[in-house]
Design a binder for this molecule. Structure first.
Ligand code: C2E
Ligand code: MG
Ligand code: MG
Length: 339
C-alpha cells in the first residue's frame, strides 16, 4: 500500500460519521469528474449521473458512517427467535437476529442495514460481535436454567466471514471462551457466501465440520439455488425460505416445499422451515418429514429476557406433561410471545 493511501485510510478511521460522509461525497464527486472525463475521451460524450442516483449513493454513504459509529458506541442488540422440533413441539434452540437501537429512529431492522454493512466490510466486526454475544447468552442459559442444557444457538454468518480463512479458529476460540460444546453452535450461511469464494468457503466449512460445528444453508430456494452446493460443501441442513412456507397451501409451492424436504433427506441433510405462521403449515410440514420449524406461530424474535422466560415456560410445560399427562395446547407451546 502506498504511503499516501495508508495515510488516507488512517485519517478516515479517525473522523466522525458526519465528516466521513462529507469526505466520501467529496471523493465520489472527484471520481465522478474523472470518470466523465475518461468517458468523454473514449467516445466524445458527456455522461450524466442523475440526481436520484446520486442521492441513493449519498444516503448509503451516510448510513455506512452511522453503522460504523453504532458499532463503536455499542448500539446493536440481539433478539432471539425460538426453533422447535416439529414432531415433539419442543424448543431446540434459537436463532440470533441482530437489531440496531438507533438513538433517533428506534429499533432498526437488519433488512435496513445489513446490506450496507456487507458492502463496506463492517459486517465482519458486527458479525464477530453477534457470534460472541449469542454464545455468551447461550452459555448463561444452559448454565442457569434447569432443562436448558441442550439448547442450541443459530448465528448468521455473512459471506465476508465465511470467506475468511481464520473463521474456524475464531469460532473455536469463542466456544472455548464460553465453555460450549461445538455442536451447540449452528452457523447459517447463504448460497452467495459459497459462490463468491468457493475454494476458501469449502475449506472453512470442512474445518468447521471437523470441529463439530454445524452449518446450515439459509433461505434455500431463493437466489442462486445452486444444487451442487448441497453435496459439495460440508453442510448439516438447509432452511426452507419463508416465501415457500407462506404459500405452501398453493399447489405449486406445496410441491416445491415437499420436493426440497425429500431432496435434503436424500442428501442426508436436516430441514428447518422458516416463517411458519399457522398451525396448518406446522402440521403439514411435520407430515412431510420436516424436522424443525421457526416462525411467528411459535414466537417472533424476542429480547433475551423474554427468551429466558420462554425457556422456563417450556421446561414447565414439559414437566407438567410428563407428570400429569396433560394434553398440549393447540401448538403444544406456551402462549405466543409477540413483541
Ligand atoms: P434470516 O436469517 O433468514 O432470518 C429470518 C428472518 O425471518 C428474520 O427477520 C425473522 O424475524 C423473520 N421471520 C421469522 N419467522 C417469520 C414469520 O413467521 N413471518 C415473517 N413475516 N417473518 C419471519 P429479521 O430479524 O428481520 O432478519 C432479516 C435478515 O437479516 C436475516 O434473515 C438475515 O439474513 C439478516 N441478519 C439478521 N441478523 C444477522 C446477523 O447477525 N448477521 C448477518 N450476517 N445477517 C443477519
Ligand atoms: Mg438465518
Ligand atoms: Mg432465512
Amino acid at each position: 500500500m502506498s504511503s499516501k493511501r495508508k495515510r488516507s485510510g488512517e485519517s478516515l478511521s479517525a473522523i466522525s460519521s458526519q465528516d466521513l460522509a462529507e469526505e466520501l461525497l467529496k471523493r465520489l464527486y472527484a471520481r465522478r469528474l474523472e470518470i466523465a472525463h475518461l468517458l468523454r475521451s473514449l467516445n466524445g460524450q458527456t455522461h450524466q449521473v442523475s440526481q436520484p442516483m446520486f442521492q441513493h449513493w449519498a444516503k448509503r454513504f451516510t448510513l455506512a458512517g452511522e453503522v460504523r459509529d453504532a458499532i463503536d458506541e455499542g448500539q446493536f442488540l440481539i433478539h432471539y427467535q425460538p426453533q422447535v422440533n416439529l414432531r415433539t413441539r419442543k424448543l431446540v434452540g434459537f436463532e440470533a437476529l441482530v437489531r440496531w437501537r438507533h438513538p433517533k429512529r428506534g429499533l432498526v431492522s437488519p433488512c435496513d442495514f445489513v446490506s450496507v454493512a456487507e458492502e463496506t466490510g463492517l459486517i465482519v466486526p458486527l458479525g464477530d460481535w453477534v457470534l460472541d454475544q449469542a454464545c455468551r447468552q447461550l452459555s448463561s442459559w444452559r448454565d442457569e436454567i434447569p432443562g436448558a442444557d441442550s439448547l442450541q444457538m443459530h448465528v448468521n454468518m455473512a459471506s465476508a466471514q465465511i470467506g475468511r480463512p481464520d473463521t474456524p479458529i475464531l469460532v473455536e476460540d469463542c466456544l472455548q471462551r464460553y465453555n460450549l460444546p461445538p455442536n451447540a453452535l449452528h452457523l447459517e450461511i447463504t448460497e452467495t457466501s459459497v459462490i463468491e469464494k468457493p475454494e476458501v468457503a469449502a475449506r472453512v466449512l470442512e474445518e468447521l465440520r471437523q470441529a463439530n460445528v454445524h452449518v446450515w444453508l439459509d433461505d434455500f430456494g431463493i437466489g442462486h439455488s445452486c444444487l451442487g452446493s448441497l453435496h459439495q460443501f460440508a453442510l448439516s441442513g438447509l432452511k426452507i425460505d419463508r416465501s415457500f412456507v407462506g404459500q405452501m397451501e398453493q399447489p405449486n409451492s406445496g410441491l416445491i416445499t415437499k420436493a426440497i424436504i425429500a431432496l435434503a433427506h436424500n442428501l442426508e441433510l436436516q430441514v428447518t422451515a422458516e416463517g411458519i405462521e399457522t398451525p396448518r403449515q406446522a402440521e403439514e410440514l411435520e407430515r412431510w418429514g420436516c424436522e424443525y420449524g421457526q416462525g411467528y406461530y411459535f414466537s417472533k424474535p424476542v429480547p433475551a429476557s423474554a427468551a429466558a422466560k420462554y425457556i422456563v415456560a417450556q421446561t414447565l410445560v414439559g414437566l407438567e406433561q410428563a407428570n400429569y399427562a396433560q394434553a398440549p395446547s393447540s401448538s403444544g407451546f406456551p402462549p405466543m410471545m409477540v413483541v
